[in-house]
Ligand binder design. Structure first.
Ligand SMILES: Nc1ncnc2c1ncn2[C@@H]1O[C@H](COP(=O)(O)OP(=O)(O)O)[C@@H](O)[C@H]1O
Ligand SMILES: [Mg+2]
Length: 507
């Protein structure tokens, strides 16, 4: 069979690092080819080279067995290669349709043919079961929907080689299943897919062929039937994967967070959080499971204070914080890791010491009276860097210079270092590599042992089951089940999350 893509001897050097060192990759026509490897292994760089975004220092690129030179993504698109990036690149202020046609507007007699675009777009999205409302503003979409828009955008441009860079990192299991379903349909229609991922079970489920990259080198190309997850892990990182498992219970009788009858209404007066009651004790991790869009985000926002509640009370130890400002809640010991590092957690262009001050800038060591204390901020950031193993040349580099894992360690460090009483962690290890993931798990376990009360929202069910002392399930705004993580499998949990399984008397 002909090869859709062949990368031969690709080498790419950046100052101080060889991102790709003589990498080879052969993708057959119509196959799903997984490229896996730890963060920093060189996967995205290789894909950017194939997509014409970066020029290789050495090596050759063949498309349909013909050598090509790519000087920009438009060259790649011309050859039928499309890429969905790790970080989405949509314009928030535009609609789905505007985003998709942006840059390739179909013209008819000198004007944009919107009706034609709509027809074509509907055809593309329907034929692959990629449902999304074309007139929604992108800023209103959930992560899974944004990703669908990115995929549609690529298909709309006629891609027959689709590059997906870590698409599952941002999805819940049901969305992953949906994505896999879409990928299988695309494959059946003849599309070749290059799928970047570092989750072994997913790779083994979906891939026809797997290429493993480690520290810029191609380590192996294998068939999923010929390797176990364990062997694949060893190929990727050279040792066994860390596990989120917690040890003995540290749950105390002292209630840290009390939520009673909490209801949050959306702009249409629909209850997105519907009469939720919940307790989190000192030393306890309560995990919140749920398919994205079932009220978890609004629940967190109500606790943090960024979204008003319509009824119910929230109490932190003895303080009713239902109406308190975000700053007042933080002052009482609330720490928060937001679900989207890039939109909420960091100022990407600002230096690390400025980022470390986010949410804490009115208090020492960041403030001296009414003034921001730069030296205090820098010293505190140095402390965080050491205690939470944030790998960076110095604290003056901008946040965007750090890998996702190190950005997350900075966020968790700046929250943990102020000895909080309640920790709200939303997807704390989403999209970060296994090493950083293990470090974050350890930070959360250490804080639990020291008495911190934690509310953990995660789409990674192994993480949720491994770390939590108690799991509650949210469905359509309500708590529909309270489960013991020691007695539940990810599969059973998924059944509660989708409403297939129902717990008597819970809601
Ligand atoms: N534009 C760049 N400038 C400098 N270094 C880079 C750049 N892009 C990637 N790197 C470095 O190259 C290595 C591989 O990165 P990347 O391809 O993003 O890995 P992966 O996608 O497997 O996580 C990393 O050490 C990264 O820091
Ligand atoms: Mg990458």
């Amino acid at each position: 069979m002909a090869n859709a893509i062949e990368l031969v001897g690709i080498t790419k050097r950046f100052p101080g690092v060889i991102a790709n060192d003589n990498v080879n990759l052969t993708v057959e026509m119509g196959e799903i080819h997984a490229v896996c490897g730890e963060n920093g292994a060189g996967k995205s760089t290789l894909m950017k080279i194939l997509y014409g975004m970066q020029a290789p220092d050495e090596g050759r690129i063949m498309v349909n067995d013909i050598e090509v030179k790519l000087t920009s993504p438009s060259d790649a698109i011309e050859l039928g290669i499309g890429m969905v990036h790790q970080h989405f690149m949509l314009a928030d202020q535009l609609t789905v349709m505007e985003n998709v046609i942006l840059g390739s507007e179909p013209m008819k007699r000198g004007i944009i043919d919107l009706a034609g675009a709509r027809r074509h777009l509907t055809e593309v999205s329907e034929s692959y079961g990629l449902t999304v409302d074309l007139d929604d503003l992108v800023e209103t979409l959930e992560v899974g929907e944004r990703q669908r828009v990115e995929i549609i955008k690529v298909l709309y441009r006629g891609a027959d080689v689709l590059i997906l860079d870590e698409p599952t990192a941002v999805l819940v299991p049901q969305e992953v299943e949906e994505l896999f379903h879409n990928m299988r349909d695309l494959k059946a229609a003849g599309t070749s897919i290059i799928f970047i991922d570092h989750k072994l079970d997913e790779v083994l489920e979906i891939a026809d062929t797997i290429t493993v990259i480690r520290q810029g080198h191609t380590v192996a190309t294998v068939k999923p039937g010929d390797v176990t997850a364990h062997e694949l892990a060893e190929l990727m990182i050279g040792s066994e994967l860390p596990s989120p498992q917690t040890t003995a219970s540290t749950v105390t009788d002292e209630v840290a967070l009390t939520i009673d009858g909490l209801t949050v209404l959306d702009i249409d007066d629909r209850a997105v959080v519907d009469n939720v009651s919940l307790r989190v004790h000192r030393g306890e991790i309560v995990g919140v499971a749920g398919v994205e869009g079932n009220g978890q985000t609004e629940l967190i926002n109500a606790i943090v204070g960024t979204e008003p509640q319509s009824s119910g009370t929230i109490t932190l130890f003895d303080n009713d914080i239902s109406l308190a400002s975000v700053a007042a809640r933080r002052g009482l010991g609330l720490a928060y890791v937001p679900q989207d590092r890039h939109q909420e957690g960091l100022l990407l262009a600002a230096p690390l010491w400025e980022n470390a001050a986010l949410g804490h800038h009115t208090r020492p060591p960041f403030a001296k009276g009414i003034w921001f204390d730069r030296e205090g901020a820098r010293a505190r950031t140095e402390q965080i860097r050491a205690a939470f193993d944030v790998r960076t040349p110095n604290v003056d580099v901008p946040a965007l210079a750090l890998s996702g894992g190190n950005q997350q360690k900075l966020i968790i460090g700046k929250e943990m270092i102020s000895d909080p009483k309640l920790f709200i962690a939303a997807h704390p290890t989403r999209g970060i590599d296994v090493g950083a993931q293990a470090a974050v798990w350890q930070d959360i376990r250490d804080a639990r042992a020291a008495g911190l009360a934690t509310l953990l929202i995660s789409a990674d069910l192994d993480e949720l089951i491994g770390l939590s002392d108690t799991i509650v399930v949210m469905l359509r705004g309500r708590l529909v089940a309270i489960l013991d993580p020691a007695e539940i499998t990810p599969r059973d949990l998924g059944a509660y999350m989708t409403g297939v399984a129902v717990q008597q008397g819970a809601a």
